[in-house]
Design a protein around this ligand. Structure first.
Ligand code: NI
Length: 227
C-alpha cells in the first residue's frame, strides 16, 4: 500500500505499510489537519530552510519522535532547537530507510533559515517506496536537472510547484513535467496568502488530451493511491 496526501502548500504525507512520511510540514496553513491523527509518523523530510517548508517540523518531531532528514545546514538548525533524531545529509546519494530509500537532488532556490542564518543549498527529494518513485521538487525554477533526473531515476510521479514568484509558475511547471517524463503529476505551492493564489485547475487543463494525469489533491480527505 502506498498513498499520497497533500496537506497544504508543499506539505505531503506519504502513507506506506510501516507508517507515514511527512514532507515540508508547514501544516499550520491547514486548520483541518492534525498530525496526531496520522498513523506512526516515522520520518520528516525538509527540502530547504524557508519557514513555509520547515513549518512545524520541530513540534511534530518532538511530539512524535519522528526522525528528521535534511541538508546538513538545515539539519544543524533542527539540532540547535533540540530535535534528537536528526539525519544531516547532502545531495547525491541513496539514503536507506525501513520503508525504502530516497535521494536528495538539486533545486534552484535560496535557503535562508527562519532565524536568518544560511541553510546551505535547497534540494528536491526523490523517494523510492514499494517500487514507486515519487519526486518532490521542493521550491525550484525550471532546471535542465529535470532531464537528468528523468534519464537516471525515471520518476513515476512528480509533485511540482506552480504558484510562481518564488519558483516555477504554471508555464514552466508544464515543461518540467515533460522533461521529467512522468505520467502523473500533483501540483503544489499554489496558495500562500497574501502573495500566492493560483488555481491548480488552470494547470490541470494543460494536460487534458495528453497521456499525463494531473491530480489535484485539494480536500482534506483526498488521497492518491499509488500502489
Ligand atoms: Ni522556498
Amino acid at each position: 500500500m502506498l498513498k499520497l496526501k497533500h496537506i497544504t502548500l508543499s506539505a505531503f504525507e506519504i502513507i506506506n505499510d510501516s507508517g507515514t512520511i511527512l514532507i515540508d510540514p508547514f501544516v499550520s496553513l491547514n486548520a483541518q489537519y492534525n498530525y496526531r491523527n496520522s498513523k506512526n509518523i516515522s520520518d520528516i523530510f525538509v527540502t530547504h530552510g524557508h519557514y513555509d517548508h520547515v513549518g512545524q517540523t520541530v513540534e511534530i518531531a518532538k511530539n512524535t519522535g519522528a526522525d528528521v532528514t535534511a541538508i546538513v545546514d538545515v539539519a544543524a538548525y533542527f539540532q540547535t532547537l533540540g530535535v534528537k533524531k536528526v539525519h544531516p545529509v547532502g545531495i547525491g546519494s541513496w539514503l536507506n530507510y525501513d520503508w525504502g530509500r530516497c535521494i536528495f537532488l538539486p533545486a534552484i532556490h535560496t535557503c535562508t533559515l527562519p532565524n536568518g542564518a544560511s541553510g546551505g543549498v535547497a534540494a528536491s527529494i526523490l523517494f523510492e517506496i514499494n517500487g514507486v518513485r515519487i519526486f518532490h521538487a521542493g521550491d525550484t525554477s525550471l532546471t535542465v536537472e529535470f532531464k537528468g533526473i528523468n534519464e537516471v531515476y525515471h520518476p513515476d510521479v512528480a509533485l511540482l510547484p506552480i504558484g510562481g514568484i518564488y519558483g516555477m509558475d504554471i508555464e514552466h511547471a508544464v515543461i518540467a513535467a515533460k522533461w521529467l517524463g512522468v505520467k502523473m503529476i500533483v501540483p503544489m505551492h499554489y496558495y500562500l496568502p497574501p502573495v500566492i493564489d493560483v488555481d491548480p485547475r488552470d494547470f490541470a487543463k494543460k494536460f487534458e488530451e495528453t497521456d499525463v494525469k494531473c491530480v489535484i489533491l485539494d480536500n482534506e480527505n483526498d488521497e492518491l493511491l499509488l500502489k
